[in-house]
Write a protein that binds this ligand. Structure first.
Ligand code: HEC
Length: 120
């Protein structure tokens, strides 16, 4: 009985450490060849507006964090929930070190971009 409790404790500690160092594995992004037309348009928007500062298909940070698996995580870097609305706020209003896109990005482009980000 004690042995089992000890085992469970070790497992719990290991899981906390794994979560803390972020080695929880995210499922891979959808391959580009499998994107639908809207997601493909979003990929184009991404290349023009985001790619110089954020990687999308690797975990390496550039100017900002990688956006790989952005919607598969619970929170954005700032601690805001990782959902469409909060992400759009970041894009439209900007962040301290990220330029606000405001109206430079059309409503259609926003929708397409979100569709693409959901495939990452
Ligand atoms: C000029 C560089 C730059 C560009 C272009 C840029 N970002 Fe960022 N982004 C950053 C930096 C730096 C941060 C880190 C937060 C900060 O500003 O301090 C960030 C943060 C973020 C965050 C995290 C927000 C949060 O609440 O934690 C998201 C999501 C994001 N960017 C998405 C995008 C998307 C999508 C695009 C394209 C539409 C984009 N970024 C374009 C530099 C950039």
């Amino acid at each position: 009985m004690r042995q089992i409790a000890k085992g469970l404790l070790c497992l719990g500690v290991a899981m906390v450490i794994a979560a803390a160092v972020g080695c929880t594995k995210l499922p891979p992004p959808t391959p580009l060849s499998e994107l639908n037309p809207q997601q493909m348009r979003g990929h184009d928007v991404y290349q023009i507006r985001c790619a110089q500062c954020h990687n999308d298909r690797t975990n390496e940070p550039l100017n900002g964090q990688s956006l790989r698996g952005i919607f598969k995580k619970q929170y954005l870097e700032s601690g805001a929930p990782a959902n469409d609305d909060r992400l759009m706020d970041a894009i439209i209003l900007g962040r301290p070190m990220m330029p606000a896109m405001g109206r430079a990005i059309t409503p259609q482009e926003r929708e397409d971009l979100l569709a693409y980000l959901h495939t990452l």
